[in-house]
Design a binder for this molecule. Structure first.
Ligand SMILES: [Zn+2]
Ligand SMILES: [Zn+2]
Length: 204
């Protein structure tokens, strides 16, 4: 399946053109422009790949992975608010696991603030766009679980859309999610109390 370049730029271009510089900015002071830029791209990739990895039965912890065993277990009927809160926590963990990994190996190669902004963006998108407002694309993911992992532009790039012929969603509508996520991470970084506390979590 080839990528429809014109439509790609039209639907995702503005979102990416705003999100990538904003998130990059969060890591520039600590890592420099190029590394912060690469980290931002990596985290957009991780938003997709981490989720896809969760769905592969050979991944460690598959049998107790809450995304699979709870979020994708449609027989389980949790109260709506509880399943949303729970999913947000699981989403956050999907990103903080990278910080945990850095802590374990003792090498800091990602900006905590880019990681957190990416986590907030993922949570915003999943809770608002997929759960609260039903999204047919994401419902297909829940139906088949081997396509439409999201974010959609990554499914397009990796050729994992459930319906590759379907038009691309307009991500311009998600720009506010990215701006709010950026400011949330930025505020945590700029506030002395929260930034010290978060740094201390991942320091040996
Ligand atoms: Zn879902
Ligand atoms: Zn899933």
């Amino acid at each position: 399946m080839e990528i429809r370049v014109d439509e790609f730029i039209q639907k995702y271009g503005l979102f990416l053109a705003i999100t990538i510089p904003l998130f990059t900015y969060l890591g520039v002071a600590e890592f420099g422009l190029l590394a912060a830029f690469a980290q931002t791209l990596f985290l957009l990739f991780w938003s997709y790949a981490g989720h896809r990895w969760c769905h592969s039965p050979d991944m460690p912890l598959y049998a107790i992975n809450p995304h699979i065993q709870i979020h994708h277990n449609h027989a389980l009927e949790l109260p709506r608010w509880l399943s949303l809160v729970f999913e947000a926590i699981v989403n956050l963990f999907g990103f903080t696991i990278l910080l945990l990994f850095e802590w374990l190996i003792g090498v800091k190669f990602l900006s905590t603030w880019i990681v957190l902004a990416s986590a907030f963006l993922y949570i915003c998108m999943h809770i608002l766009d997929y759960s609260i407002w039903p999204n047919p694309e994401h419902q297909l993911h829940h139906g088949k679980a081997d396509c439409n992992y999201g974010p959609q532009f990554m499914d397009v790039l990796m050729d994992t859309r459930c319906d590759p012929k379907a038009p691309y969603d307009d991500f311009t509508l998600k720009i506010p999610h990215a701006i709010v996520s950026f400011f949330f991470a930025f505020a945590l970084r700029e506030n002395e109390i929260t930034s010290k506390w978060i740094d201390s979590l991942f320091q040996k």
